[in-house]
Design a protein around this ligand. Sequence first.
Ligand SMILES: C[S@@+](CC[C@H](N)C(=O)[O-])C[C@H]1O[C@@H](n2cnc3c(N)ncnc32)[C@H](O)[C@@H]1O
Length: 258
Amino acid sequence: MSRSLVSAVYDQLHRFEAASREQAYPIHKRLRLPEDQDVYDLIARSSAVPAGGLILDAGCGTGFGTMRIAAATGCHAHGISLSAAEVAHAEAHALREGLADQVSFSVASFDDPLDGTYDLVIAVESIKHSTALPQALRRLTDALHPGGALMVVDDVLVGNADQLLIDRIQDSWALFRVYRDSDFQTAIPAQPPITEDLTDLVQRRSRADLWLRTTLLRLASRIRRRNRPVYDIFRAGLDLESLYRVGCMRYHMMSWRR
Ligand SMILES: C[S@@+](CC[C@H](N)C(=O)[O-])C[C@H]1O[C@@H](n2cnc3c(N)ncnc32)[C@H](O)[C@@H]1O
C-alpha cells in the first residue's frame, strides 16, 4: 500500500474533522477509563522515561497525545506523521498553547530511516499502517537510547475473522494488511514484546447500534458522494468494532526494550 494513499486517508479525515476544531484531538479509541483519562496517560504511567528525556510519537495525528505525554512526563516530544495537514494542525495548536518549546512535529515515515535517538518511542494505532512491520519495529527500537523503551498500542487480529470485514478495513484505511498478534510477537527475533491486554477497556456497542450506524453511513455516502471516502473510513471503524464483538480483535499495549 503506497504511503500517498495513507497520507490521503489522514488528509481527508483532517479536512472533515478539523473544520470545526482548532484543538488537537485524538484519533484513537476512547477507552473505559476514569473521566479525562486516555491511552496516552496509561503509556506515560507505565514508561519510566526520565524527566527532561526525549520522546518520539511515531504516527502522531494532530499531536493530541504528543502534547499530552510531553506535559505528563516533562519531556520533549517529537511527533511524526505522513499527513502534512495533521502536522500543520499540530504545530499551530502547540504554538497557540505555548508548548512550542516542548513539542515539535515533522512529516516523516517510520518506514524510512529515522533522525535522532530517544528515551521513549510510542506508536498509538499507527504502526498498523506499516508496509513492513518487523523492519519498522526494528527501526523504532534502533532509535532508542540504551535502556529506552518502544511502546506500541494497536488492534491485533486473533482467530479467524470475517474476510469481508478485514478487506473493507484494509481498503478504507489503506493498510498493507491487517496484522495479527503473532506478527507482533515474532517481529523481533528472540524478543517478544511484554504485552498488556487492554481489550476489556475498549467500548462496546450493541449489534443493533453497529447495524444502525453502518446503515446510516451507507445512506449518507449515497447522498453526499463527495464525503464518501470519509464515510468509508468511519464505516471501517464500525467493522473493526464488529470484530471486537466476536472476539477476533484485541487491543494490546506492547513494549520492547533496547
Ligand atoms: C489512527 S492515527 C493515530 C494518531 C495518534 N497516534 C492518536 O492516537 O491520536 C494514525 C496516524 O499514523 C500516521 N501514520 C501512518 N503511517 C505512518 C508512517 N508510515 N509514518 C508516520 N506516520 C504514519 C497517520 O498519518 C496518522 O497520523
